[in-house]
Structure formats: structure tokens, C-alpha cells
Design a protein around this ligand. Structure first.
Ligand SMILES: Cc1ncc(COP(=O)(O)O)c(C=O)c1O
Length: 399
């Protein structure tokens, strides 16, 4: 049989979905499974979006320009300006989700064998995108004890080699929900300027910030115009994950003109969904107020509930809709599987993502899990109750 590629062997399977067969078996056996493992929001997509899709009446479903429709990029630039983020239409390439923006960004800035430093735990698909581009992810560990704050400049500098091309942060973070302060971003700015690196900021959760502190964009860092690359997406912002519309944004003209060549090679982003994403920019601001209020309530139910369980520690996230918690357990992979295979409380159980898949350093985060609070309040309360009961009888409990 012909051999598949090394990249095909190396690319990791999704840590979020690997327990799915066990969840399916639990459901077949008649148990209710609360899915805290995956970031698919249950919030309704704004009606302006669905109306725009229903109203599509072009006679031919044509390609769009490779960089995306001019009308969409102009209006999107207006969205950033309304957030005091200086973006012009020509700084934007419309992509197939934030995912493609990350792939284009890596391909544009890194050669095979280059390294990119990422604070861990990080969004696990960064590993996959790095495999596409043949680059190596070098982790810097953020600690649960201090809520996953940015590791010190020293920690970053220890990891910089002649192959380092970029640092990537996710702000606010998936899986941690941590929101970087302006001062933390200023520290990163010093590092990237000193070592002449690119700084990628994945800001797809910008609209999901819950404290009084406003999110600070990488594009607000003055003097970093040639270094900063913003990754964005409509997936979470407007609860339209299936639209597959994102953006790669930079003031660095060489980055944009080079990324455009990758965009041209894949022809264009989806046409109808761009029209929908343009319509999404008319979403009333009250939509976000309501959504944020709902997520704050959900976060508090989940995080306060977890912290009330003896032996559990969960820092309170300031953004996104995820939390990483430390459990009094031997091994998160085993615990998550046991919940699905063997545990039941009132015929219910919980599915979570073991945090090991979000760390690149081996044997790190073994007793941590990621939970997404994308379920309604009642379900979250039931899920917390299940976890409380599960920890009373889990055979691998460690105190
Ligand atoms: C941090 C982060 N970045 C990027 C993405 C990719 O999203 P999409 O390709 O749907 O825009 C996700 C999706 O969950 C994410 O959590």
C-alpha cells in the first residue's frame, strides 16, 4: 500500500472530539450527556444574518474577489474603527473562518522548520495549523494558580532561538478565558521588537469580555505596525460558526500582499456567507448586551459551582466562554472517559475536554479539564451537580 505523508501522521486528532464514541455509547444507553466539551454556542444567530441568506437572489452564485468583497471589507473596517482599532479595507483579507486566516498567517511568515511560541494551554487546532505549515509550536506555560496570566518576558526569552519567527496569543483566550491587560501586551511588544518577530493575536472572542476592562487589540500597540497580525472571525461573534468567514488583518503591506497570493490560490471565500457577514455588521448593539449578560450568568453558575466542590479550583475567566479547572483526580483523560463510560447521576453525565490536549509540554495539565459554558443555565446547574457527585465516587480521586 502506498505510504501516507509524515504530516498526515503527525497532525494530532482533535482533543475535543476524541471522547465522542464514548458519549455516543452513553446516549445509546439512554443517558443524558451534558456537552461541556465543545465551543458551539447555542445563542441564536442575529435575524439580520438569516434574513440576508434568505434574501439572496443573484442569478449566478459567482466567485467573490480573493480578498473578499470590497463592500464587506469597508464595512468591517468601520466595525474596527468603532472599537478604536485602526483598520482600513486594504489591511483585510477575508478568509474561510479564523482557521484559514491562521493557516495563511503561518504560511506567509514562517518557513518549514521555523518555530512559533505560544502560551499554553492553547487552542488545540494551532497544532494542526502549524503542521500544515511545517512549523514547530514552542510552548511557554501559563499557570492555573495565577489565573493563566501572561508568563514573564524571561520565560519567553528563554524559548527564543534563531528559528523563532513569531509569538501567538489568543485574547481573550480559548481555553483559559484569560483577558490580557494592556501592560501584558506592552511587554510582548518589547519582546517582539527586540527579537524582530511577528506577533499574532487571535481575537475571535473580542465581543465576549465580562469585566469592566475592555479588550486591548494587538493593532492598538503603536510601533508594531509591521509586526502585528490580527486573526478574526464572525463564527463566535454573531453565533454563525457555519458561515466560515474570518479575516487576516495587518498594517504590514508585504504580509497582506503575500497572504493574498495564498488567498488567490484557493480562489475565494464563500459568497453568500460574506453577504451574511456584511449584514451581521448591522446587528443591534443590544444583541451583545443580552448575550454578554447571559454568558456572565452561565460563567458564574459554572465557575462558582465548581469552586464550591471540595478539591476543585477554577480561576474565574474574564472573557470567551471557556474555563480550565483543576480537579482532585489522577488523570483527566481517564476521568473524562470514566464519566462517559461508567458514571451516571439521575441518568445523566458530563462530557468535558481533558486539558492535556491544550498543552504542548508533555505531562502538563494532567489534572485539568476545559469546560465550555455554552449550555443553558439549568443544564449547567445539572452538570455541576453531576461533577460534584462524580468526584465523591471516582476511583482515581487524589487529594
Ligand atoms: C481561539 C480560536 N481561534 C480560531 C478559531 C477558529 O474559528 P473559525 O475558523 O470558525 O473562525 C476558534 C474556534 O473555535 C477558536 O476557538
Amino acid at each position: 500500500m502506498p505510504q501516507i505523508s509524515k504530516k498526515a501522521v503527525d497532525i494530532p486528532a482533535s482533543p475535543i472530539r476524541k471522547l465522542t464514541p464514548y458519549a455516543n455509547n452513553a446516549k445509546k444507553a439512554g443517558r443524558k450527556v451534558y456537552h461541556l466539551n465543545i465551543g458551539q454556542p447555542d445563542i441564536e444567530t442575529p435575524q439580520v444574518v438569516t434574513d440576508a441568506i434568505k434574501g439572496f437572489d443573484h442569478k449566478v452564485l459567482e466567485y467573490s474577489p480573493s480578498e473578499g468583497f470590497e463592500s464587506y471589507r469597508s464595512k468591517l473596517a468601520g466595525y474596527y474603527k468603532s472599537k478604536n482599532i485602526p483598520v482600513n479595507p486594504e489591511d483585510i483579507i477575508t478568509t474561510v473562518g479564523g482557521s484559514e486566516a491562521l493557516v495563511f498567517g503561518f504560511m506567509t511568515t514562517c518557513n518549514p522548520g521555523d518555530e512559533i511560541i505560544i502560551p499554553e494551554p492553547f487552542y488545540a487546532n494551532y497544532n494542526g495549523f502549524a503542521t500544515f505549515a511545517g512549523i514547530t509550536v514552542v510552548p511557554v506555560t501559563a499557570k492555573i494558580e495565577n489565573g493563566f496570566a501572561l508568563p514573564s518576558v524571561d520565560e519567553f526569552e528563554k524559548k527564543i532561538t534563531s528559528k523563532t519567527k513569531a509569538i501567538l496569543i489568543c485574547n481573550p483566550g480559548n481555553p483559559t478565558g484569560y483577558l490580557y491587560t494592556k501592560s501584558e501586551l506592552e511587554q510582548l511588544k518589547e519582546v517582539v521588537l527586540k527579537h524582530d518577530l511577528f506577533l499574532f493575536a487571535d481575537e475571535v472572542y473580542r465581543e465576549f469580555c465580562y469585566e469592566d476592562t475592555q479588550p486591548y487589540s494587538v493593532l492598538n500597540l503603536s510601533g508594531l505596525e509591521n509586526h502585528a497580525i490580527l486573526i478574526d472571525s464572525v463564527s463566535k461573534r454573531y453565533s454563525m460558526c457555519g458561515a466560515r468567514i474570518g479575516a487576516l488583518i495587518s498594517k504590514n503591506k508585504e504580509v497582506i500582499s503575500s497572504a493574498l497570493k495564498f488567498a488567490q490560490a484557493r480562489l475565494s471565500p464563500p459568497t453568500i456567507e460574506q453577504i451574511a457577514a456584511e449584514a451581521a455588521l448591522n446587528t443591534p448593539l443590544s444583541y451583545f448586551d443580552d448575550v454578554k449578560k447571559e454568558y456572565v450568568t452561565r460563567r458564574d453558575i459554572l465557575v462558582d459551582g465548581l469552586n464550591n466542590i471540595p478539591g476543585v479550583f477554577c480561576p474565574k475567566p474574564s472573557g470567551a466562554f471557556y474555563a480550565v479547572a483543576k480537579f482532585p483526580i489522577d488523570d483527566a483523560d481517564k476521568f473524562c472517559q470514566w464519566l462517559l463510560e461508567e458514571f451516571s447521576y439521575d441518568n445523566q453525565t458530563v462530557m468535558m475536554a481533558p486539558a492535556t490536549g491544550f498543552y504542548a509540554t508533555p505531562d502538563t495539565g494532567n489534572n485539568q479539564v476545559r469546560l465550555a459554558y455554552v449550555l443553558n443555565q439549568e443544564s449547567l446547574k445539572n452538570a455541576v451537580k453531576c461533577l460534584d457527585e462524580a468526584l465523591k465516587i471516582y476511583p482515581g480521586r487524589v487529594d
